[in-house]
Design a protein around this ligand. Structure first.
Ligand code: SF4
Ligand code: SF4
Length: 437
């Protein structure tokens, strides 16, 4: 495994940022534009649905990001591309489901709370009987919020589980990383899925395992580790604290930080990365708990080598005590923890953050469906969106964020406001009041 990969460096330095587009989110323009904005903002990884069309949209966005960053010049290098990850599941999982209901059964008195609560705008009602009403499948990412508000409980979900035969073509589609969603007690199911992934391991740069909390969680994770080791690539434990809830508010992040602490304390080999409930409060909470930032500062300040397979600081006891003593402490109780979080994955919060800009983009598409924008001023060396080139007609497509430089700038600025939290935690730490002595 080379050390040259920027995302790997981020893991080692404790400032890895992953964008979760959603394991079942298949709205291609949104996947593309989110990937583009977060790539330009410095994301290390983009996690998408294991769907060839979604993978292609994300890859295309990364090529567009490179083009934007270099102004279309072949001579300029751009080493900022994130790793592309797909998520798979070994059994029933809320991340891998879609809501559905019968619009005809909705009573006239219903005020449609399902529509207003859906964070993805996936539920639509049209006054025109010839136009679609119901759940827009591609938009739904399975959060389940609509299920609980329906007064007649008529919303259900349909789940899907990946078959081993579906795995190989996905890996061959050129993804960099695979994440397996599992739950405590599913060792046999995990083993079956792992059997399909294992032959492709040498093509992967990273394997992640995502698991929510549960009784005997740590024992289960150790069993998984024994099953998959030795690995030829780095391993990430994704602690899924409160799945798909980051946009709900401050409280959502507590569960993920708590679960992160639990898994860190187990000292499993590999990196620990938070997800599920992560939002703009997560980094400051981690800093207060002494779980973030110190290693990043230490590794650059003291040039500390980090062992990728164990993530232990490779220093002598004497050096370690010097490093520990000189590290900034925000909470004396937790500062003794030997490990730190390697990174954070943001899903619903990251998507919601950019929603106002993507809504504006949709509005402009409606107003000007035949947009003609001269990109030559922005990309003097020539801009050709890769998918339009395949048609042989190099012209911008109006659903593409980069066709509107003002919206692109807004989107990247918003994305950067989140990415920079973990990339520059010390800057954020200076704004956090110290615990009273
Ligand atoms: S509320 Fe969640 S589960 Fe329901 S339609 Fe919207 S995204 Fe899908
Ligand atoms: S909440 Fe239930 S009954 Fe009301 S519109 Fe939505 S699906 Fe229909």
């Amino acid at each position: 495994m080379t050390d040259l990969y920027r995302p790997l460096r981020s893991l080692r330095e404790g400032n890895w940022f992953k964008l979760i587009c959603g394991a079942s989110f298949q709205h291609l323009p949104a996947v593309r534009n989110l990937t583009l904005a977060y790539t330009l903002a410095g994301a290390d990884c983009v996690d998408v649905a294991a769907d060839p069309a979604v993978i292609a949209a994300a890859r295309e966005a990364m090529r567009a990001a490179r083009c934007v960053a270099t102004g279309g010049s072949e001579a300029l290098k751009f080493d900022g591309l994130p790793w592309l990850m797909v998520s798979l599941n070994d059994g029933e999982d809320p991340h891998f489901r879609k809501a559905e209901f019968d619009v005809e059964a909705c009573p006239a008195y219903c005020t449609r709370p399902c529509e207003s609560i859906c964070p993805a705008g996936a539920i639509a009602f049209s006054p025109n009987p010839n136009t679609f009403s119901g759940v827009i499948d591609d938009f739904c990412y399975g959060c389940g919020r609509c299920l609980t508000v329906c007064p007649i409980q008529q919303i259900s979900t349909r789940s899907y589980v990946f078959t081993p035969a579906a795995i190989a073509p996905l890996v061959l589609a050129g993804v960099d990383a695979v994440e397996i969603h599992t739950q405590v007690g599913r060792l046999a199911d995990f083993k079956r899925l792992w059997g399909a992934i294992a032959p492709s391991l040498d093509q992967l740069k990273l394997v992640a395992i995502s698991c929510p909390d549960g009784e005997n969680l740590i024992e289960y994770l150790w069993d998984l580790y024994k099953l998959i080791s030795p690995l030829p690539c780095p391993l990430v434990w994704q602690t899924d604290g409160r799945p798909m809830s980051g946009d709900i508010g401050d409280g959502a992040t507590r569960a993920t930080v708590k679960l992160g602490q639990k898994v860190l304390a187990a000292r499993l080999p590999g990196y620990v990365q938070l997800a599920g409930g992560t939002n703009s409060h997560t980094v400051s909470k981690l800093i207060k708990q002494g779980l973030l930032g110190e290693r990043a500062a230490l590794s650059s300040q003291y040039n500390v080598a980090v062992n990728s397979s164990t993530d232990r600081l490779d220093v002598s006891t004497e050096e370690a005590s010097v490093l520990t003593a000189s590290a900034p402490r925000f909470n004396e109780d937790t500062a003794q923890l030997p490990y730190r979080v390697a990174g954070i994955a943001y899903g619903s919060y990251a998507r919601t953050l950019l929603a106002p800009v993507l809504d504006q983009l949709a509005q402009r598409n409606i107003q000007d469906s035949s947009v003609s924008i001269n990109l030559s001023e922005n990309f003097p060396n020539g801009f050709h969106s890769p998918d339009t080139m395949t048609l042989g007609i190099p012209q911008p497509i109006s659903t593409h964020l980069e066709c509107y430089p003002d919206l692109l700038e807004q989107a990247v600025s918003l994305a950067d406001s989140l990415v920079s939290q973990i990339k520059s935690p010390m800057k954020l730490a200076q704004t956090i009041p110290r615990q009273p002595g």
